[in-house]
Design a protein around this ligand. Structure first.
Ligand SMILES: Cc1cc2nc3c(=O)[nH]c(=O)nc-3n(C[C@H](O)[C@H](O)[C@H](O)COP(=O)(O)OP(=O)(O)OC[C@H]3O[C@@H](n4cnc5c(N)ncnc54)[C@H](O)[C@@H]3O)c2cc1C
Length: 483
C-alpha cells in the first residue's frame, strides 16, 4: 500500500514536470500570417511563400518578380536567425520541396542533389554505398543550399569548411539565366554565392565530394580552459587517427569557463564497420533532456546540475563505437523552445587557436557584468579558409558556439544587443571573427572590422543583381547606406 502511494506520487511528480516543461518551452505564440525565422524576431508580412518544385517554375518566378518590382528571398529550413530568408512584402522561395537526390557516383565519390535536400536526405542516399558527407553542421536537419550559402562547418577537423567539399553548383541568377559555377567555370561566382547568403541567386543543385564512412571510438577527457589550446595541438590535431572533435565549456557557476569536456572520435581499425553502419533513428529521450535544459535556463542551481549531468553523460560514452554517418546525426529536438516571452539565440565567435584562453578570460567578466543567461558553449575547430569572400576563418581557429537565453521584448533585445556588442569588441581585440547566420546584434562598424572583404562582396552583389532582386534583412542591415 505504502509502495503504491510512493509510485503514484512519483508518477504525479513526473507528469507535473512534463507539463511544466511543455508549458515553459512549447507554448506556441507565432502569428501564422507573419513570416519570421528560427529567432522569432522581426515577423513581417510577405507577398507570398512559393514552394520550389521545378526549374522552369523558378525561372518564371524570377521573371515575374522582376516584372512586378517584387523582391525574392530564398529559404531552406530557416534556421538562420537574422532575417536572412525573408523580406517584407517580398516573395519567399521555400526551397525545402526542391529536394531530389539527382545522382550518387560511388566511383567518383560524389553526390548531386537539389538544394532543398537536407543532410539527412544526403546521408540516407550515401550510406548504402559506405560513403559519408565530408563537412556539415553537427545536426542533419539543415538544407544543403542553406548550408553552402552560409559555408557551414562541423566536427570534422581534417576537411576544412563546407566550401572545400563543393565541386560545383548551378545558380539561377537575377537576369533569369542558369549558370554552372565551379572553380574553373564562372569561377568569379564561386566565392560569392558560397557563403553568399542567398544574395547572388537561387542555388538549384550542388555536386559535393564525399568521403568513406568509418568506424570511430569515442574518447572523452576533462581539460582546463588554460590547457585547451595545447591539448588540442598536441593530443588531437597531432594524432591523425582522431578525425572529429568537439568540446564543451562549463557555464555552470561552480566551474564557470574553467572546465572543459573534450570529445574525440578516434578511427577504429580493429572492429568492422558493418554492424554499426545502420543509420540511427531520430531523437530519443527528448523529454528528460528538455527538462534538464529547462533547469539550465532557469537557475544557477539548474546550470550546475546540467553541467554535472552532461559530464556523466559524456563519461558514459567513453569507448563507444559509432559510425561516421551516425556521429554526424546528433540530437537537437531537446533544445526546441517556442515560449512567448523569451527565446534561445546563438552567437558564434572564431578565435585564433593561440588566443583561446586569453579570450575566455576576457569575456568571463563581461558575461557576468551584463548578466547574460548563457546556456552552453560548444567548441569546434575550423581550419583557415579564405576561399569564400565573406570567410569567417581568417586563421586556424576555435569556433565558440554560444547559446543565450534572452528576453524577446524590444527593451530586452536592446539590452542584449549592447551586451553582445561588448563581447564582440573582445572578439575583435583577440583578432577573431563572428558567424553571420545569427541574430544581427553586431554593429555595422563591427561587421566591417571583422569582414574586410565586405566592400567587394557588396560591389559584386550590385554587379550581378543591379535591381536588388534578391533581398533580405541581413542585406539591408549590413550593406551600409553610405556607399
Ligand atoms: C540549433 C542550430 C544548430 C546549428 N549548428 C550549426 C553548426 O554546427 N555548424 C554551422 O556551421 N552552423 C550551424 N548552425 C547555423 C546553420 O547552419 C545555418 O543557420 C544554416 O543556414 C541553416 O540551414 P537552413 O537550411 O536552415 O538555411 P536557411 O536558414 O533557410 O538559409 C540560410 C541562408 O542561405 C540562403 N539560402 C538557402 N537556400 C538557398 C538556395 N537554394 N540558394 C541560395 N541561397 C539559399 C538563405 O537565403 C539564407 O541567406 C546552427 C543553427 C541552429 C539553429
Amino acid at each position: 500500500m505504502k509502495d503504491r502511494g510512493k509510485k503514484a506520487a512519483a508518477l504525479a511528480l513526473l507528469l507535473g514536470l512534463c507539463l511544466y516543461v511543455y508549458m515553459a518551452t512549447d507554448a506556441p505564440d507565432q502569428n501564422p500570417y507573419l513570416i519570421t525565422d528560427y529567432s522569432r524576431l522581426r515577423p513581417v508580412k510577405v507577398d507570398r511563400v512559393v514552394p520550389g518544385h521545378e526549374e522552369d517554375q523558378l525561372v518564371e518566378l524570377v521573371r515575374e518578380a522582376k516584372a512586378k518590382g517584387l523582391t525574392l528571398s530564398i529559404a531552406g529550413q530557416r534556421h538562420s536567425q537574422g532575417g536572412h530568408t525573408y523580406y517584407k512584402d517580398g516573395i519567399m522561395v521555400d526551397m525545402t520541396s526542391f529536394n531530389r537526390i539527382l545522382d550518387v557516383d560511388p566511383a567518383r565519390r560524389t553526390i548531386r542533389v537539389q538544394a532543398g535536400a537536407t543532410w539527412e536526405d544526403v546521408q540516407e542516399a550515401v550510406n548504402p554505398y559506405g560513403l559519408s558527407v565530408k563537412v556539415m553542421q553537427s545536426q542533419n536537419i539543415f538544407t544543403v543550399g542553406g548550408s553552402i550559402s552560409i559555408n557551414a562547418h562541423g566536427r570534422d577537423i581534417r576537411s576544412g569548411s563546407l566550401i572545400k567539399s563543393v565541386e560545383s553548383f548551378r545558380l539561377l541568377l537575377a537576369d533569369g539565366t542558369i549558370q554552372t559555377v565551379s572553380r574553373s567555370e564562372n569561377e568569379d561566382l564561386f566565392p560569392l554565392a558560397l557563403g553568399g547568403y542567398g544574395l547572388f541567386g537561387i542555388i538549384l543543385d550542388v555536386t559535393l565530394t564525399l568521403t568513406e564512412d568509418e568506424l570511430y571510438r569515442i574518447e572523452t577527457e576533462p581539460v582546463t580552459t588554460a590547457d585547451y589550446s595545447e591539448y588540442f595541438a598536441n593530443k588531437v590535431q597531432a594524432d591523425p587517427q582522431i578525425r572529429q572533435h568537439l568540446a564543451r565549456i562549463s557555464v555552470a557557476p561552480d566551474s564557470f569557463l574553467t572546465e572543459i569536456v573534450a570529445i574525440n572520435y578516434r578511427l577504429e581499425n580493429k572492429e568492422p564497420l558493418g554492424p554499426y553502419r545502420k543509420l540511427k533513428a531520430g531523437d530519443q529521450g527528448v523529454l528528460p533532456s528538455k527538462l534538464l535544459f529547462q533547469l539550465n535556463r532557469s537557475s544557477d542551481w539548474g546550470k550546475n546540475v546540467f553541467w554535472q549531468t552532461q559530464h556523466k553523460y559524456y563519461d558514459s560514452l567513453q569507448g563507444d563505437l559509432i559510425s561516421r554517418n551516425n556521429a554526424m546525426r546528433s540530437k537537437s529536438a531537446f533544445m526546441e523552445y517556442t515560449a512567448a516571452s523569451s527565446h534561445d539565440l546563438l552567437q558564434e565567435y572564431f578565435i585564433p587557436v593561440d588566443r583561446f584562453a586569453d579570450f575566455v578570460s576576457a569575456v568571463g567578466p563581461i558575461l557576468q557584468e551584463e548578466r547574460l543567461n548563457l546556456l552552453n558553449i560548444t567548441v569546434r575547430y575550423v581550419q583557415e579558409d579564405r576561399e569564400s569572400l565573406l570567410s569567417y576563418a581568417a586563421k586556424d581557429s576555435f569556433a565558440l558556439v554560444c547559446l543565450f537565453h534572452l528576453p524577446i521584448t524590444s527593451e530586452g533585445q536592446a539590452r542584449s544587443q549592447k551586451a553582445i556588442q561588448r563581447l564582440l569588441d573582445a572578439v575583435i581585440d583577440h583578432h577573431g571573427t563572428y558567424y553571420l547566420p545569427y541574430a544581427p546584434f553586431p554593429s555595422l562598424e563591427q561587421f566591417r572590422a571583422v569582414y574586410p572583404q565586405e566592400k567587394s562582396f557588396f560591389e559584386k552583389k550590385r554587379l550581378y543583381d543591379p535591381g536588388g532582386l534578391f533581398r533580405s534583412y541581413f542585406y539591408e542591415e549590413y550593406k551600409g547606406d553610405d556607399r
